[in-house]
Design a protein around this ligand. Structure first.
Ligand SMILES: C[S@@+](CC[C@H](N)C(=O)[O-])C[C@H]1O[C@@H](n2cnc3c(N)ncnc32)[C@H](O)[C@@H]1O
Length: 352
């Protein structure tokens, strides 16, 4: 039997999540929607690294519209759900102790997400004979609660049940975190886009807590990963997070890397010129220096996968001799950065 599943992800990562589903060989993609990849898998769910979370599709009905009373109609979703068929497919053997629901919708509505959550959550809790935990207060759901997701996209209202106990985007390795640290599924998507080969050398010149290097190493443990950061706190965090993975991290300035020319087959980085972390050391006020160093240490046939805040950064990449071979706009914490894969312009000239 093939189970219908829904992977939720960052806006802009849908196609990379779909590619991971296909690559995993565990499922067939059936639909791509706003922040969602729908697929069918023979087992309950593959452990996707690029998705924020994976849900079992529970029930669907037409969107209820924008009226204040509309959430009442959402209780039908709870009634339609095959609880006996669905609950055993979760990756947990214990019976739920409570119900919690997280809702989101597209478009303006005369009700809040909490109104929608409460309507469905109370109906589900009643059917399951357990308490309902409302998210209105901001308190975390109790241990053992089963998490439901409700989306209203203007066409359809969809109810889903989380497969795992906790969201997939929470990684157990990430015990130490820093301002500006990357969302792990995005780091996993960047590592996948880098297409790292066995034995290759992968560099993050501003590695922060090490998320990119760690996601790369988890996907490709037979490659070599090294990171640098100006901050000793970041170096400590990255080392602790990486544990026993093949990741080495040193204190260093990305404006003058202690590496020979062409030493890196792949560069993975979200450089420090976003809103949260300022560039320091030799990069303060001199972002061109970052590009010059990355260009120097990247092997002629190498590739850099970067998260860049805006179009100006793409222009800077081209000015420094890179060719963007993939650009994807994302939505991330209110910003719209570019996810790019760059190769050296020389490597293209050589192919002609
Ligand atoms: C956006 S954060 C990187 C976050 C990282 N990808 C993670 O997941 O935690 C940018 C990092 O650049 C570092 N940084 C700033 N200036 C630097 C420089 N000149 N050389 C090396 N690292 C620098 C900061 O200390 C910060 O850790």
């Amino acid at each position: 039997m093939h189970t219908p599943l829904v992977a939720r992800c960052l806006r802009g990562l849908e196609s990379l999540v779909a590619a991971e589903v296909v690559r995993s060989g565990l499922g067939a993609v059936t639909d791509l929607r706003h922040r969602e990849v729908h697929f069918r898998a023979p087992r309950s769910a593959p452990p996707l690294r690029t998705a924020d979370d994976v849900f079992l599709l529970a029930a669907r009905r037409p969107d209820v519209g924008a009226a204040r009373q509309a959430p009442r109609e959402l209780t039908a979703l709870a009634a339609l759900t095959d609880l006996d068929g669905l609950l055993p497919l979760r990756h947990t053997a214990t019976a739920p102790t409570a119900v919690d629901v997280s809702a989101s919708f597209l478009g303006r509505r005369a009700f809040t997400r909490y109104d929608a959550e409460d309507a469905v959550g109370e109906a589900l809790a009643e059917r399951l004979g357990v308490p309902y935990h409302s998210r209105r207060t901001g308190a975390a759901p109790p241990p053992g609660s089963c998490g439901w997701r409700l989306t209203l996209d203007g066409t359809r209202a969809t109810l889903m049940l989380r497969v795992d106990d906790r969201p997939l985007h929470r990684r157990s390795y990430k015990r130490h975190t820093l301002p500006g640290t990357l969302h792990p599924p995005l780091a996993a998507a960047m590592a996948a886009l880098a297409d790292i080969g066995p034995g290759q050398s992968v560099l993050d010149p501003c590695c922060g807590a090490g998320t990119l290097l760690i996601e790369g190493a988890l996907a490709r443990p037979d490659a070599r990963f090294q990171g640098f950061d100006l901050s000793s706190e970041a170096v400590g965090a990255a080392r602790a997070n990486a544990g026993g993975l093949p990741v080495s991290v040193r204190r260093g300035d990305a404006g003058r890397l202690p590496l020979p020319d062409g030493a890196a087959d792949r560069v993975l980085c979200n450089p420090p010129w976003g809103a949260q972390v300022p560039a320091g050391g030799l990069l303060a006020g001199a972002p061109d220096r970052w590009w010059t160093e990355v260009r120097r240490v990247l092997a002629p046939d190498g590739a850099a996968v970067l998260l860049l805040p805006g179009r100006d950064d793409l222009a800077a990449a081209i000015r420094h001799g890179f060719t963007p071979v993939h650009t994807q706009r994302l939505r991330l914490s209110g910003a719209q950065p570019f996810l790019v894969r760059l190769t050296s312009a020389d490597s293209h000239r050589g192919r002609r």
